[in-house]
Design a protein around this ligand. Structure first.
Ligand SMILES: [Zn+2]
Length: 437
Protein backbone atom coordinates (compact mmCIF):
# COMPACT_ATOMS: atom_id res chain seq x y z
CA UNK A 1 0.00 0.00 0.00
CA UNK A 2 3.05 2.29 0.04
CA UNK A 3 3.02 5.30 -2.24
CA UNK A 4 6.02 5.38 -4.52
CA UNK A 5 6.39 9.18 -4.55
CA UNK A 6 6.23 11.43 -1.54
CA UNK A 7 3.31 13.85 -1.52
CA UNK A 8 3.53 17.48 -0.38
CA UNK A 9 0.16 18.79 0.79
CA UNK A 10 0.21 22.56 1.00
CA UNK A 11 -2.21 24.89 2.74
CA UNK A 12 -2.92 26.44 6.13
CA UNK A 13 -1.85 23.73 8.56
CA UNK A 14 -3.48 23.49 11.99
CA UNK A 15 -2.93 20.84 14.65
CA UNK A 16 -3.48 20.75 18.41
CA UNK A 17 -0.76 19.94 20.92
CA UNK A 18 -2.85 19.93 24.12
CA UNK A 19 -6.35 20.67 25.37
CA UNK A 20 -7.06 24.41 25.09
CA UNK A 21 -7.48 26.07 28.50
CA UNK A 22 -10.27 28.20 26.97
CA UNK A 23 -10.99 30.55 24.11
CA UNK A 24 -7.88 32.36 22.91
CA UNK A 25 -5.37 29.75 24.14
CA UNK A 26 -2.84 30.12 21.32
CA UNK A 27 -0.40 27.76 23.03
CA UNK A 28 -2.74 24.81 22.56
CA UNK A 29 -2.18 24.52 18.82
CA UNK A 30 0.38 24.87 16.09
CA UNK A 31 -0.66 26.88 13.05
CA UNK A 32 1.33 27.51 9.86
CA UNK A 33 -0.25 30.09 7.55
CA UNK A 34 1.45 28.65 4.44
CA UNK A 35 2.50 25.17 5.42
CA UNK A 36 3.39 21.86 3.87
CA UNK A 37 2.71 18.38 5.15
CA UNK A 38 5.21 16.05 3.53
CA UNK A 39 3.83 12.52 3.36
CA UNK A 40 5.73 9.32 2.68
CA UNK A 41 4.52 5.73 2.93
CA UNK A 42 1.26 6.79 4.54
CA UNK A 43 2.88 8.77 7.33
CA UNK A 44 3.74 12.39 7.96
CA UNK A 45 7.44 12.74 7.31
CA UNK A 46 7.80 16.47 7.92
CA UNK A 47 5.58 19.44 8.54
CA UNK A 48 6.70 23.06 8.30
CA UNK A 49 6.53 26.36 6.44
CA UNK A 50 6.15 25.99 2.66
CA UNK A 51 9.05 28.38 2.08
CA UNK A 52 11.41 25.96 3.85
CA UNK A 53 10.03 22.60 2.81
CA UNK A 54 9.31 23.28 -0.87
CA UNK A 55 12.94 24.32 -1.46
CA UNK A 56 14.24 20.88 -0.45
CA UNK A 57 11.41 18.73 -1.73
CA UNK A 58 12.44 15.44 -3.37
CA UNK A 59 12.35 15.81 -7.17
CA UNK A 60 9.62 13.19 -7.56
CA UNK A 61 7.26 14.71 -4.96
CA UNK A 62 3.65 15.40 -5.94
CA UNK A 63 2.54 18.83 -4.73
CA UNK A 64 -1.13 19.45 -3.96
CA UNK A 65 -1.94 23.02 -3.08
CA UNK A 66 -5.17 23.70 -1.17
CA UNK A 67 -4.95 27.48 -1.26
CA UNK A 68 -6.86 29.20 1.56
CA UNK A 69 -8.06 25.90 3.02
CA UNK A 70 -7.22 24.56 6.46
CA UNK A 71 -5.37 21.26 6.62
CA UNK A 72 -6.15 19.50 9.88
CA UNK A 73 -5.84 15.97 11.25
CA UNK A 74 -8.75 13.84 10.01
CA UNK A 75 -11.71 13.76 12.36
CA UNK A 76 -12.17 10.85 14.75
CA UNK A 77 -15.67 9.59 15.57
CA UNK A 78 -15.48 7.47 18.73
CA UNK A 79 -19.08 6.18 18.77
CA UNK A 80 -21.07 5.26 15.65
CA UNK A 81 -23.20 2.30 14.54
CA UNK A 82 -22.38 1.12 11.05
CA UNK A 83 -25.53 -1.08 10.70
CA UNK A 84 -27.67 2.01 11.33
CA UNK A 85 -27.03 3.90 8.09
CA UNK A 86 -30.67 3.16 7.18
CA UNK A 87 -31.95 3.77 10.73
CA UNK A 88 -30.84 7.43 10.85
CA UNK A 89 -33.86 9.78 10.72
CA UNK A 90 -36.40 7.29 12.17
CA UNK A 91 -39.36 9.17 13.57
CA UNK A 92 -40.97 9.55 16.93
CA UNK A 93 -39.48 7.24 19.53
CA UNK A 94 -37.30 7.33 22.62
CA UNK A 95 -34.49 4.86 23.22
CA UNK A 96 -36.08 1.48 24.05
CA UNK A 97 -38.93 1.82 21.55
CA UNK A 98 -36.53 3.22 18.93
CA UNK A 99 -34.32 0.14 19.31
CA UNK A 100 -37.22 -2.26 18.97
CA UNK A 101 -39.12 -0.49 16.23
CA UNK A 102 -36.25 0.53 13.93
CA UNK A 103 -32.77 -0.54 14.97
CA UNK A 104 -33.23 -4.24 15.69
CA UNK A 105 -35.16 -4.58 12.42
CA UNK A 106 -32.33 -3.14 10.31
CA UNK A 107 -29.52 -4.85 12.21
CA UNK A 108 -30.98 -8.31 11.52
CA UNK A 109 -30.29 -7.75 7.81
CA UNK A 110 -26.54 -7.84 8.53
CA UNK A 111 -26.62 -11.63 8.82
CA UNK A 112 -26.30 -11.41 5.02
CA UNK A 113 -22.62 -10.83 4.11
CA UNK A 114 -23.57 -9.05 0.87
CA UNK A 115 -25.80 -6.59 2.69
CA UNK A 116 -23.00 -6.05 5.22
CA UNK A 117 -20.41 -5.48 2.49
CA UNK A 118 -22.57 -2.95 0.66
CA UNK A 119 -23.26 -1.05 3.87
CA UNK A 120 -19.63 -1.17 4.99
CA UNK A 121 -18.57 0.44 1.69
CA UNK A 122 -21.24 3.11 2.02
CA UNK A 123 -20.27 3.76 5.64
CA UNK A 124 -16.58 4.24 4.89
CA UNK A 125 -17.34 6.45 1.86
CA UNK A 126 -19.66 8.60 3.94
CA UNK A 127 -17.13 8.97 6.77
CA UNK A 128 -14.49 10.09 4.25
CA UNK A 129 -16.91 12.59 2.68
CA UNK A 130 -17.31 14.10 6.13
CA UNK A 131 -13.58 14.21 6.85
CA UNK A 132 -13.69 11.38 9.38
CA UNK A 133 -10.69 9.08 9.05
CA UNK A 134 -11.08 6.85 12.12
CA UNK A 135 -14.27 5.64 13.78
CA UNK A 136 -15.12 3.37 16.67
CA UNK A 137 -18.02 1.40 15.27
CA UNK A 138 -20.62 -0.94 16.64
CA UNK A 139 -21.35 -3.75 14.21
CA UNK A 140 -24.48 -5.91 14.34
CA UNK A 141 -24.49 -9.13 16.36
CA UNK A 142 -23.36 -11.08 13.30
CA UNK A 143 -19.63 -11.80 12.84
CA UNK A 144 -20.21 -11.26 9.09
CA UNK A 145 -20.93 -7.60 9.79
CA UNK A 146 -17.58 -7.03 11.52
CA UNK A 147 -15.79 -9.07 8.89
CA UNK A 148 -17.26 -6.85 6.15
CA UNK A 149 -16.27 -3.62 7.88
CA UNK A 150 -12.75 -4.69 8.81
CA UNK A 151 -11.96 -6.08 5.37
CA UNK A 152 -13.28 -2.96 3.61
CA UNK A 153 -11.34 -0.66 5.96
CA UNK A 154 -8.19 -2.77 5.60
CA UNK A 155 -8.37 -2.51 1.79
CA UNK A 156 -8.51 1.29 2.14
CA UNK A 157 -5.76 1.36 4.81
CA UNK A 158 -8.22 3.24 7.05
CA UNK A 159 -7.78 2.74 10.80
CA UNK A 160 -11.06 1.50 12.24
CA UNK A 161 -11.96 0.15 15.67
CA UNK A 162 -15.02 -2.09 15.74
CA UNK A 163 -16.73 -5.04 17.35
CA UNK A 164 -19.84 -7.18 17.00
CA UNK A 165 -22.67 -6.26 19.35
CA UNK A 166 -22.76 -8.87 22.11
CA UNK A 167 -26.34 -9.54 23.28
CA UNK A 168 -28.26 -12.56 24.53
CA UNK A 169 -31.55 -11.24 25.90
CA UNK A 170 -34.20 -8.55 25.38
CA UNK A 171 -33.84 -8.48 21.63
CA UNK A 172 -35.23 -10.33 18.61
CA UNK A 173 -34.09 -13.95 18.15
CA UNK A 174 -32.16 -12.96 14.99
CA UNK A 175 -29.75 -10.86 17.09
CA UNK A 176 -29.42 -13.04 20.18
CA UNK A 177 -26.62 -15.52 20.60
CA UNK A 178 -26.10 -17.84 23.54
CA UNK A 179 -23.48 -16.18 25.75
CA UNK A 180 -20.72 -18.54 24.77
CA UNK A 181 -21.26 -18.21 21.01
CA UNK A 182 -21.11 -14.40 20.99
CA UNK A 183 -17.94 -14.42 23.06
CA UNK A 184 -16.35 -17.12 20.89
CA UNK A 185 -17.19 -15.08 17.78
CA UNK A 186 -15.63 -11.96 19.35
CA UNK A 187 -12.50 -13.92 20.27
CA UNK A 188 -12.16 -15.23 16.70
CA UNK A 189 -12.57 -11.71 15.30
CA UNK A 190 -9.96 -10.34 17.74
CA UNK A 191 -7.48 -12.97 16.59
CA UNK A 192 -8.22 -12.21 12.96
CA UNK A 193 -8.40 -8.44 13.00
CA UNK A 194 -6.95 -6.82 16.13
CA UNK A 195 -3.60 -5.50 14.93
CA UNK A 196 -4.12 -6.57 11.31
CA UNK A 197 -2.89 -3.51 9.40
CA UNK A 198 -4.56 -0.54 11.03
CA UNK A 199 -7.58 -2.43 12.41
CA UNK A 200 -8.36 -2.77 16.11
CA UNK A 201 -11.07 -4.58 18.01
CA UNK A 202 -13.50 -3.30 20.64
CA UNK A 203 -15.40 -5.80 22.79
CA UNK A 204 -18.96 -4.51 22.39
CA UNK A 205 -21.71 -5.50 24.82
CA UNK A 206 -24.59 -3.41 23.40
CA UNK A 207 -25.71 -2.38 26.89
CA UNK A 208 -26.47 -4.04 30.22
CA UNK A 209 -30.12 -4.67 29.31
CA UNK A 210 -29.29 -7.01 26.43
CA UNK A 211 -26.78 -9.24 28.25
CA UNK A 212 -27.13 -11.66 31.16
CA UNK A 213 -24.70 -11.68 34.08
CA UNK A 214 -22.98 -14.65 32.51
CA UNK A 215 -22.41 -12.86 29.20
CA UNK A 216 -21.15 -9.65 30.82
CA UNK A 217 -18.74 -11.74 32.91
CA UNK A 218 -17.46 -13.43 29.76
CA UNK A 219 -17.02 -10.04 28.09
CA UNK A 220 -14.95 -8.92 31.09
CA UNK A 221 -12.87 -12.10 30.87
CA UNK A 222 -12.26 -11.44 27.18
CA UNK A 223 -10.83 -8.01 28.01
CA UNK A 224 -8.44 -9.64 30.49
CA UNK A 225 -7.42 -12.19 27.89
CA UNK A 226 -6.67 -9.45 25.31
CA UNK A 227 -5.52 -6.42 27.30
CA UNK A 228 -4.93 -4.17 24.27
CA UNK A 229 -8.44 -4.40 22.83
CA UNK A 230 -10.91 -1.63 23.58
CA UNK A 231 -14.41 -1.89 25.10
CA UNK A 232 -17.48 0.06 24.07
CA UNK A 233 -21.00 0.13 25.42
CA UNK A 234 -23.85 2.49 26.35
CA UNK A 235 -24.45 4.00 29.80
CA UNK A 236 -27.06 6.21 31.47
CA UNK A 237 -28.64 7.47 28.26
CA UNK A 238 -32.37 7.40 29.03
CA UNK A 239 -34.47 7.27 32.20
CA UNK A 240 -36.53 4.20 31.16
CA UNK A 241 -33.31 2.44 30.25
CA UNK A 242 -31.90 3.18 33.72
CA UNK A 243 -35.00 1.89 35.53
CA UNK A 244 -34.88 -1.28 33.39
CA UNK A 245 -31.24 -1.78 34.42
CA UNK A 246 -32.23 -1.33 38.09
CA UNK A 247 -34.94 -4.01 37.66
CA UNK A 248 -32.59 -6.45 35.90
CA UNK A 249 -29.67 -5.91 38.29
CA UNK A 250 -31.39 -5.20 41.64
CA UNK A 251 -28.28 -5.83 43.75
CA UNK A 252 -26.04 -3.31 42.00
CA UNK A 253 -26.00 0.23 43.39
CA UNK A 254 -25.96 1.85 39.93
CA UNK A 255 -25.85 1.25 36.19
CA UNK A 256 -22.11 2.00 36.11
CA UNK A 257 -21.61 -0.40 39.03
CA UNK A 258 -23.05 -3.23 36.90
CA UNK A 259 -20.29 -2.72 34.33
CA UNK A 260 -17.69 -2.31 37.09
CA UNK A 261 -18.71 -5.64 38.68
CA UNK A 262 -17.89 -7.44 35.43
CA UNK A 263 -14.51 -5.73 34.87
CA UNK A 264 -15.70 -3.58 31.98
CA UNK A 265 -14.30 -0.27 33.24
CA UNK A 266 -10.77 0.82 32.42
CA UNK A 267 -8.69 3.24 30.37
CA UNK A 268 -9.67 1.56 27.08
CA UNK A 269 -13.40 1.60 27.88
CA UNK A 270 -15.74 3.98 26.04
CA UNK A 271 -19.18 4.67 27.49
CA UNK A 272 -21.66 6.31 25.15
CA UNK A 273 -23.90 9.07 26.56
CA UNK A 274 -23.31 9.23 30.36
CA UNK A 275 -26.13 11.74 30.76
CA UNK A 276 -27.81 10.73 34.02
CA UNK A 277 -24.81 9.73 36.17
CA UNK A 278 -24.98 10.04 39.95
CA UNK A 279 -21.90 11.22 41.85
CA UNK A 280 -20.73 7.70 42.67
CA UNK A 281 -20.91 6.77 38.99
CA UNK A 282 -18.87 9.84 38.03
CA UNK A 283 -16.26 8.77 40.60
CA UNK A 284 -16.21 5.21 39.21
CA UNK A 285 -15.56 6.50 35.67
CA UNK A 286 -12.85 8.86 36.91
CA UNK A 287 -11.11 6.30 39.12
CA UNK A 288 -11.03 3.78 36.28
CA UNK A 289 -9.86 6.40 33.75
CA UNK A 290 -12.79 5.44 31.51
CA UNK A 291 -14.11 7.69 28.75
CA UNK A 292 -17.55 9.34 28.69
CA UNK A 293 -18.59 9.83 25.07
CA UNK A 294 -20.71 12.92 24.38
CA UNK A 295 -23.15 12.29 21.49
CA UNK A 296 -25.11 15.54 21.21
CA UNK A 297 -27.15 15.05 18.02
CA UNK A 298 -28.31 11.67 19.28
CA UNK A 299 -29.13 12.94 22.76
CA UNK A 300 -31.27 15.71 21.31
CA UNK A 301 -32.90 13.57 18.61
CA UNK A 302 -33.83 10.65 20.88
CA UNK A 303 -34.78 13.11 23.62
CA UNK A 304 -32.37 11.56 26.12
CA UNK A 305 -31.11 14.66 27.94
CA UNK A 306 -28.20 17.08 28.18
CA UNK A 307 -24.63 15.85 28.69
CA UNK A 308 -23.09 17.82 31.56
CA UNK A 309 -19.66 18.50 30.09
CA UNK A 310 -18.35 20.88 32.75
CA UNK A 311 -19.38 18.61 35.61
CA UNK A 312 -17.43 15.70 34.13
CA UNK A 313 -14.38 17.83 33.26
CA UNK A 314 -14.35 19.22 36.81
CA UNK A 315 -14.54 15.67 38.18
CA UNK A 316 -11.59 14.60 36.03
CA UNK A 317 -13.50 12.24 33.73
CA UNK A 318 -12.03 11.75 30.25
CA UNK A 319 -14.40 12.95 27.51
CA UNK A 320 -14.76 12.24 23.79
CA UNK A 321 -17.17 13.67 21.19
CA UNK A 322 -19.07 11.46 18.74
CA UNK A 323 -21.95 11.31 16.25
CA UNK A 324 -23.75 8.10 17.39
CA UNK A 325 -25.34 7.68 13.95
CA UNK A 326 -28.10 6.34 13.59
CA UNK A 327 -29.46 7.74 16.89
CA UNK A 328 -27.32 10.70 15.89
CA UNK A 329 -28.56 12.69 12.93
CA UNK A 330 -25.36 13.59 11.07
CA UNK A 331 -22.12 11.89 10.03
CA UNK A 332 -20.45 15.30 10.22
CA UNK A 333 -18.26 15.98 13.23
CA UNK A 334 -18.70 19.69 12.43
CA UNK A 335 -22.48 19.39 12.84
CA UNK A 336 -21.85 17.32 15.97
CA UNK A 337 -19.68 20.06 17.46
CA UNK A 338 -22.38 22.64 16.63
CA UNK A 339 -24.95 20.62 18.58
CA UNK A 340 -22.48 20.08 21.44
CA UNK A 341 -22.18 23.85 21.65
CA UNK A 342 -25.96 24.21 21.91
CA UNK A 343 -26.33 21.43 24.49
CA UNK A 344 -23.75 23.25 26.60
CA UNK A 345 -25.41 26.64 26.04
CA UNK A 346 -28.65 25.23 27.44
CA UNK A 347 -26.75 24.54 30.67
CA UNK A 348 -24.96 27.90 30.81
CA UNK A 349 -21.70 26.37 29.55
CA UNK A 350 -19.46 27.26 26.60
CA UNK A 351 -17.60 25.20 24.05
CA UNK A 352 -14.87 27.36 22.50
CA UNK A 353 -14.09 26.52 18.87
CA UNK A 354 -10.53 25.60 19.82
CA UNK A 355 -11.81 23.05 22.33
CA UNK A 356 -14.27 21.63 19.79
CA UNK A 357 -11.62 21.11 17.10
CA UNK A 358 -9.19 19.70 19.65
CA UNK A 359 -11.91 17.22 20.70
CA UNK A 360 -12.62 16.12 17.11
CA UNK A 361 -8.92 15.42 16.52
CA UNK A 362 -6.25 15.17 19.24
CA UNK A 363 -8.49 14.65 22.27
CA UNK A 364 -10.57 11.94 20.59
CA UNK A 365 -7.31 10.20 19.63
CA UNK A 366 -6.16 10.45 23.24
CA UNK A 367 -9.48 8.99 24.41
CA UNK A 368 -8.70 5.93 22.27
CA UNK A 369 -5.12 5.73 23.52
CA UNK A 370 -3.90 6.61 20.02
CA UNK A 371 -2.39 10.07 20.49
CA UNK A 372 0.70 10.39 18.30
CA UNK A 373 -0.58 7.76 15.86
CA UNK A 374 -3.67 9.72 14.73
CA UNK A 375 -5.31 13.03 15.62
CA UNK A 376 -2.22 15.21 15.08
CA UNK A 377 -0.11 16.37 12.17
CA UNK A 378 3.37 15.49 13.35
CA UNK A 379 6.25 13.38 12.03
CA UNK A 380 5.50 9.69 12.47
CA UNK A 381 1.72 10.05 12.66
CA UNK A 382 -0.48 8.53 9.98
CA UNK A 383 -1.20 11.11 7.28
CA UNK A 384 -4.95 11.07 7.95
CA UNK A 385 -6.00 14.61 7.05
CA UNK A 386 -9.05 16.72 6.34
CA UNK A 387 -8.95 19.84 4.15
CA UNK A 388 -11.60 22.32 5.25
CA UNK A 389 -13.04 25.28 3.37
CA UNK A 390 -14.77 27.85 5.59
CA UNK A 391 -16.21 29.53 2.46
CA UNK A 392 -17.88 26.36 1.17
CA UNK A 393 -21.39 27.82 0.91
CA UNK A 394 -22.57 31.33 -0.02
CA UNK A 395 -23.75 31.92 3.54
CA UNK A 396 -20.40 30.81 4.97
CA UNK A 397 -18.43 32.91 2.46
CA UNK A 398 -20.61 35.91 3.31
CA UNK A 399 -20.05 35.40 7.03
CA UNK A 400 -16.31 34.92 6.48
CA UNK A 401 -16.03 38.44 5.00
CA UNK A 402 -16.01 39.81 8.54
CA UNK A 403 -14.16 37.13 10.52
CA UNK A 404 -11.08 38.54 12.16
CA UNK A 405 -9.00 35.54 13.18
CA UNK A 406 -8.51 31.79 13.07
CA UNK A 407 -10.72 31.12 16.06
CA UNK A 408 -13.67 32.93 14.48
CA UNK A 409 -13.12 30.97 11.28
CA UNK A 410 -13.20 27.71 13.24
CA UNK A 411 -16.42 28.77 14.91
CA UNK A 412 -17.99 29.51 11.51
CA UNK A 413 -16.84 26.08 10.31
CA UNK A 414 -18.36 24.24 13.27
CA UNK A 415 -21.58 26.27 13.36
CA UNK A 416 -22.33 26.43 9.61
CA UNK A 417 -20.15 23.68 8.15
CA UNK A 418 -20.88 20.08 7.20
CA UNK A 419 -19.72 17.72 4.44
CA UNK A 420 -19.80 20.64 1.99
CA UNK A 421 -16.90 22.22 3.88
CA UNK A 422 -14.71 19.13 3.34
CA UNK A 423 -12.62 19.79 0.24
CA UNK A 424 -10.53 16.64 0.52
CA UNK A 425 -9.83 13.83 2.96
CA UNK A 426 -6.54 11.94 2.99
CA UNK A 427 -6.35 8.46 4.44
CA UNK A 428 -2.77 7.36 5.11
CA UNK A 429 -1.63 10.04 2.69
CA UNK A 430 -3.96 9.18 -0.18
CA UNK A 431 -6.86 11.32 -1.36
CA UNK A 432 -10.11 9.56 -0.46
CA UNK A 433 -12.45 11.85 -2.42
CA UNK A 434 -12.51 11.80 -6.19
CA UNK A 435 -14.35 15.07 -6.74
CA UNK A 436 -14.24 18.36 -4.95
CA UNK A 437 -17.60 19.70 -3.93
ZN1 LIG B 1 -24.85 4.28 20.33
Amino acid sequence: MADVSPRAIRGRVLTFVRAPAGAGDAQSYRYIEDGVVLVKDGHVEQVGPAAELLARLPADALVEHHADALIMPGFIDPHIHYPQTQVIASYGAQLLEWLEKYTFVEEQKFADPQHAARNAAFFLDELARNGTTTAVAYCSAHPASAEALFSAAHRRNAGMIAGTAIMNRNGPPGLLEPAHDAITASRDLIRRWHGTGRQRYAVTPRFAITSTDEQLAEAGALLKEFPTVLMQTHLDENKNEISTVKRLFPDDPSYTAVYARFGLLGPRSLFGHCIHLDDAEVALLRDNKSVAVFCPTSNLFIGSGLFNYERLVAAGVRIALATDVGGGTSYSMLRTAAEAYKVMQLQGQNLPALAAFDLMTRANAAALGLEGEIGSIAPGAFADLVVLDARATPAMAHRMEVTRDLEEELFVLMTMGDDRAVRQTYIAGRPALKLNH
